[in-house]
Design a binder for this molecule. Structure first.
Ligand code: ANZ
Ligand code: ZN
Length: 878
């Protein structure tokens, strides 16, 4: 049969794998484990090409490691709680659970049609009570250990949607969905104490050597560790409100202390409040600042504003020097001490502020090679390194030395029994507020009692499940509106009490799912310590870079916190991390300027002559930029369509073939067709190899020397390709694996084509073709698993490739027997020579001195000495 029918074949082999349970891993398997995980999907409705790429990569790794003899854990689940389900419920009057489960069913079927080697027995959905019951246990364990706490904090409150908004959900001071002006409210919420782990999470990044550097850097910046000094500024008693004597300000630049020209405090700073008590204008100014919102981004972009409190602070090194104290909108209350000293010459915000208020701008750090007298600060502050000037005893010092000198001197000054300054490490990282006023999330297992306070729900009463009879007619939190759900007796005293009606941030759900996968059957605990210890960490995690910060940081925190309460025994959850690029596609615009989808057009011509036209009318279509596939630009290609027309193997192969996996891949129709052709070509090639391997009955059994040489060539190609595919698979360089497979296919096709005489059965050449056929099929197994099975069966094997060990290539066969050595003259590289690998020093020397380039370079001079470092280099001394 000449044609490969992907549709039939794929369905068949998926059924075979399922029946044989090829991909179910046993927790009792004694072999070394390998845990591959792709970030689990949100069940939004259907899978998209980004999923296909992500899972094609993970599956290649899983299948390869399985073939290498590992007990491979390759699970899948659903990040199933979240706002879209509630929005859909409001729109369609359907329960979020129904919407979610329908989507899960659709997407599961789609993933199965991709032929992924997933252990479906481990499937979990975070909205399933059996999952969130265990999450509630974790919460209670955290609560007991002091890792979960109730705190009052300022939040963005949307008065129309009646919910707290994350900072990212506030756009220009308004709620992203309601458009209502957001208010700042003090609200009591549940927090997880991630700040307890700030230093550990920061240090741990150094151990993650198999993570992309850029992700580690993003995490480092997010944690935002800084080393500085907190200085106690003494206030002029004549200028302060009653009871105030000093102001502590945190700085990372104590070296710039002689360039200070003002101090500033946050609007919520106690000193600002005290001053506002006697100053109505200040009180109004503070109110104004509060409207700005709490986000760092809002504060950084807002126009700088400040109000002079009239308070004066004394310079730590010169009590006669008094500086004004402002309330300023760019100082955050919850960072450092909520107060700063400003040095306009060396900080951008301070410079803006100084220009606004007409404050002095004194440079105190001088760039190397600049005359201090000519030092002038215009619109830009000088923030680089240099030496201190205009700074009395600091003059001439480097920045680090000056920082240290200031710290040393102020640490030695005693004010009221404590030093005037203390060295301090600060983190930008804040505790994680997990309360959401939402229905479709994991209930927080706490009951509020008027006399006992917040009481944990007893473990025996878990899970606290969501009520099913809810209406979605009004915005806001349905749990709170529910007539009966929240009314329960206090677990401690039995008095009438009220359930916590907030649910957990969905990032909590995804912070430990990888641990749940190790034993999702355990109903008594979130994890089974012995099992989790053996199967974790995840060896290779693959997903989008959009999760580089929050999801990964929260998971790293959960791993440590769960270990502290005895639920795990591990620091870092993900040993290897890979962030894949996006799937992008051309965009098209019709005559009316509206986006047109790829299915509605035809493309004519090629290269610079490419033109697009509407299929319906023939009207010209403008070919636009290549962009991330998105519904709004209509440049999406549906995986179902591709799998339906070409098969999953074609889609998977193309996804991995064109670009390095961490870069974007451009989806093109021509590319997919190229992959589809290659599928057919491989199928035919394997058939030809099979026939060649069997030989022609009756063909001469004597081998010509030519046949012997060809057999060796065939073997070399096959072994080399296999070794290279293996090496590149280990490094996730899938596009290079694809290239090696093409190369092997080409070499084998050429060999078959140039074999003129019939191949003798059992001859070296016949055997070489047979071996090469097997290698070729096994090499494509991780990428085109269905085709590989079909070919494998065609070659006469009874067990699937999926259960067949990776073949051992013979490295000796592919060792090149020549090597290239650099030749230097007096230490300067001049030429290269190619010599036999086993050439002795004399032969190497002769080859080097015989090289044309070296003869020319020596120009008749006789070398004094020739040093040959075997296998490395030749050095000629003249
Ligand atoms: C004086 C100074 C001079 C500063 C200078 C910078 C440059 P990182 O590195 O991120 O920790 N700062 C301190 N607390 C603040 C707050 N609550 N709100 C806004 N800004 C605050 O940044 C520390 C620097 O940010 C500190 O060093 C302080 O300004 C400012 F040439 O002090 B610096
Ligand atoms: Zn009580």
């Amino acid at each position: 049969n000449d044609r490969y029918h992907a549709g039939e074949s794929e369905a068949h082999w998926q059924a075979v794998w399922a029946e044989r349970r090829c991909f179910e891993a046993s927790n009792a398997d004694p072999r070394p484990k390998y845990y591959v995980l792709e970030m689990f999907p949100y069940p939004s409705g259907r899978i998209h090409m980004g999923h296909v790429r992500n899972y094609a990569m993970g599956d290649a790794v899983a299948r390869f490691r399985r073939a290498k003899g590992f007990n491979v854990i390759h699970p899948m689940g659903w990040d199933a709680f979240g706002l879209p389900a509630e929005n859909a419920a409001m729109q369609n009057k359907r329960h979020p659970a129904e919407w979610t489960h329908k989507n899960i069913d659709t997407m599961r079927a789609q993933l199965k049609s991709m032929g992924l080697s997933i252990d479906w027995a481990r499937e979990v959905a975070t909205c399933d009570p059996s999952y969130y019951k265990q999450q509630q246990r974790i919460f209670l364990a955290f609560l007991e250990a002091g890792l979960a706490q109730r705190k009052t904090s300022k939040v963005n409150w949307d008065p129309v949607d009646n919910t707290v908004l994350a900072n990212e959900q506030v756009v220009d001071g308004r709620g992203w969905r309601s458009g209502a002006v957001v208010e700042q409210r003090e609200l009591t919420q549940w927090f997880l104490k991630i700040t307890d782990y700030a230093q550990e999470l920061y240090d741990g990044l150094d151990t993650l050597t198999e993570w992309p550097d850029k992700v580690r850097l993003m995490q480092r910046n997010w944690i935002g560790r800084s080393e500085g000094l907190t200085i106690r500024w003494q206030l002029d008693p004549a200028t302060v409100p009653a009871g105030e004597t000093e102001l502590s300000a945190y700085t990372t630049r104590p070296d710039t202390l002689f360039g200070a020209s003002f101090l500033a405090v946050a609007a919520d700073h106690p000193l600002a409040r005290a001053a506002a008590a006697k100053d109505a204008d200040l009180a109004a100014f503070i109110d104004d600042c509060r409207k700005l919102g709490t986000s760092v981004a809002a504060l950084e972009t807002a126009e700088k504003k400040g109000y002079d409190t009239g308070i004066r602070a004394r310079h730590p090194f010169d009590p006669a020097w008094e500086l004004p104290v402002y309330v300023a909108n760019f100082v955050l209350m919850d960072y450092g001490t909520g107060a700063i000293f400003g040095c306009p010459a060396h900080d951008g915000r301070d410079l803006d502020f100084a220009r606004l208020k007409g404050l002095p701008v004194t440079p105190v750090v001088c760039p190397p090679g600049t005359d201090p007298a000519a030092l002038e600060i215009g619109d830009t502050p000088f923030t680089e390194d240099g030496r201190l000037v205009n700074s009395r005893f600091l003059d001439g010092l480097t920045v680090p030395d000056a920082k240290d000198e200031v710290a040393r001197r102020l640490e030695a000054v005693d004010i009221g029994g404590a030093p005037q300054a203390t060295r301090q490490v600060n983190f930008r990282l804040r505790d994680w507020g997990i309360s959401r006023q939402r229905y479709w999330g994991c209930p927080i297992p706490v009951v509020h009692c008027p006399s006992c306070g917040a009481v944990p729900v007893p473990t025996a009463d878990l899970p606290v499940t969501l009520p099913e009879d809810v209406d979605f007619d009004a915005p806001g939190n349905m749990l709170d509106r529910h007539p009966t759900w929240k009314n329960v007796p206090c677990p401690a005293c039995g008095a009438a009490a009220r359930r916590e009606t907030d649910t957990m941030d969905t990032f909590v759900d995804s912070s430990w799912y990888f641990a749940r996968f190790t034993d999702p059957w355990n109903d008594a605990a979130p994890t089974t310590p012995g099992v989790a210890d053996r199967l974790l960490p995840v060896d290779q995690y693959i997903g989008g870079v959009e999760h580089a910060i929050l999801h990964l940081l929260y998971s790293r925190f959960f791993t440590r916190a769960m270990s502290r309460v005895g639920l795990l025994n591990l620091d870092e959850p993900f040993r290897g991390l890979f962030t894949q690029g996006m799937v992008v596609h051309e965009t098209y615009k019709g005559p009316d300027g509206a986006w047109v989808s790829p299915e509605e057009i035809r493309i004519e011509g090629a290269g610079g002559e490419r033109r697009a036209a509407l299929l319906s009318s023939g009207a010209p279509v403008a070919i636009g930029a290549i962009e991330k596939m998105s519904k709004s630009k209509r440049n999406v290609v549906d995986p179902d369509d591709i799998i339906g027309s070409y098969g999953a193997d074609t889609a998977r192969w193309f996804m991995l073939s064109d670009s390095p996996p961490d870069r974007d891949v451009i989806w093109t129709e021509e590319g997919v067709q190229g992959s589809a052709k290659f599928v057919q070509r491989l199928w035919r090639l394997v058939g030809e190899l099979k026939r060649a391997a069997a030989g022609e009955p009756g063909a001469a059994t004597a081998q010509t020397p030519d046949d012997e040489a060809r057999a060796l060539d065939v073997r070399k190609s096959a072994h080399r390709a296999l070794i290279r595919v293996e090496e590149d698979l280990e490094r996730l360089r899938f596009n290079r694996c694809v290239a090696h497979v093409y190369e092997l296919a080409n070499a084998l096709s050429a060999s078959i084509a140039s074999t003129e005489a019939p191949v003798a059965p059992g001859s070296a050449l016949a055997r070489a073709f047979g071996e090469a056929a097997g290698f070729l099929v096994q090499a494509i197994g991780p990428f085109m698993p269905h085709l590989a099975e079909a070919c494998w069966a065609e070659l006469g094997h009874a067990t699937p490739v999926a259960e067949t060990p990776w073949p051992a290539a013979d490295r000796a066969l592919v060792v090149e027997n020549t090597i290239v050595l650099p030749v230097q003259i007096n230490g300067k590289r001049r030429a290269e020579v190619t010599v036999p690998r086993d050439a002795d020093a004399k032969a190497v020397e002769a080859a080097a001195l015989g090289s044309d380039t070296i003869v020319q370079a020596l120009d008749g001079r006789t070398p004094k000495k020739v040093i040959v470092v075997p296998g490395r280099i030749v050095n000629v001394v003249v």
